[in-house]
Design a protein around this ligand. Structure first.
Ligand code: SAM
Length: 283
């Protein structure tokens, strides 16, 4: 088994992957079921031929700079393992903070919508952590919705999924509001930033999930308009993840759209990455 770990590690190192040692051990664990500790303790133990072939195939995919999570078919989000495929964005650690902000904004209210659900990581997490809530989630991509449904079913989360275009003018009506909380990690990378992204991201993750044309706030503006148009209930909350550096402009736009109590909040590294606001209560 030691030879196998070394062979996979060499392939990954030659592909320029800095974490080749750790990743080759994870790949070996995935195909053999033997933990890293077991690999280190018994490097001389044998591995069945089919596991060797499976490992070579997975290592070749990773060497082609496919993200490890797609190769393994799984990503961890807030301590739970989500199925992922190239149809969905790989859940990011900062989005765990978005869930925190959203749960705080929701308070003891109950109707929740996750816009652009992807793997379903936000909707499924809220449904599991707040089982008293009615959680809905939508996406433009049918393939993403299939992955999200798989995750919800496997984890026993009650979520209503539906296909919808959040940028369409009828979204507020079509989405079945009003909701007490609308949360979204929308596409927000401007296309001109594409050449600066890692090959794993730009070459493998769905461009529908990443890019927002030339405007990083395209979805945030549309969601603010929809929120005051009936998507969010009076006193209810809209919470979105942001592209780094767009917080002040997002806050100005949301105020102009009629939202109140707007706050821009940092991620764990101190960068302003979340915006939240409320639809004013009726007089
Ligand atoms: C950045 S990903 C977020 C995925 C997931 N919520 C997460 O946080 O990992 C954005 C999601 O928005 C979806 N999307 C893109 N354009 C959309 C649109 N016009 N209407 C609804 N969803 C859209 C994409 O398919 C993708 O799943």
């Amino acid at each position: 088994m030691g030879d196998l770990v070394e062979e996979a590690g060499r392939l990954l190192r030659e592909a320029g992957i800095d974490t080749f040692r750790l990743e080759s051990a994870w790949l070996v664990e995935h195909v053999t079921g033997r933990s890293r500790a077991a690999q280190l303790a018994r490097p001389e133990s044998g591995v069945p031929d089919e596991a060797v072939l499976a490992l070579r195939a997975l290592a070749a995919r990773r060497a082609g700079r496919e993200p490890l999570q797609y190769v393994l078919g799984a990503a961890v989000f807030r301590g739970r393992t989500f199925t992922v495929s190239p149809a969905v964005l790989i859940p990011r650690p900062e989005t765990e903070t978005l869930v925190e902000v959203a749960l705080e904004g929701l308070g003891d209210r109950r109707r929740v919508l996750d816009v652009g659900t992807g793997s379903g990581c936000i909707a499924v997490t809220i449904a599991l952590e707040r089982p008293d809530c009615e959680v809905s989630a939508c996406d433009l991509s049918d393939a993403a919705l299939d992955v999200a449904r798989t995750n919800a079913d496997r984890m026993g989360a009650r979520v209503r999924f539906f296909g919808s275009d959040a940028l369409s003018s009828g979204f507020a009506l079509e989405a079945g509001g009003p909701y007490d909380l609308v949360v979204s990690n929308p596409p927000y990378i401007p296309h001109p930033d594409a050449p600066g992204l890692q090959p794993e991201v730009v070459g493998h993750e769905p461009h529908l999930a990443l890019f927002s044309g030339s405007d990083p706030l395209r979805f945030h503006r549309a969601l603010a308009r929809a929120a005051v148009d009936g998507l969010v209930s009076p006193g209810g909350c809209l919470v979105c993840e942001l592209h780094d550096g767009t917080g002040p402009e997002a806050a100005r736009d949301w105020k102009a759209a009629g939202l109140a109590g707007i706050r821009v909040l940092p991620d764990v590294s101190g960068r302003e990455r979340f915006v939240c606001g409320r639809v004013p209560l009726k007089e």
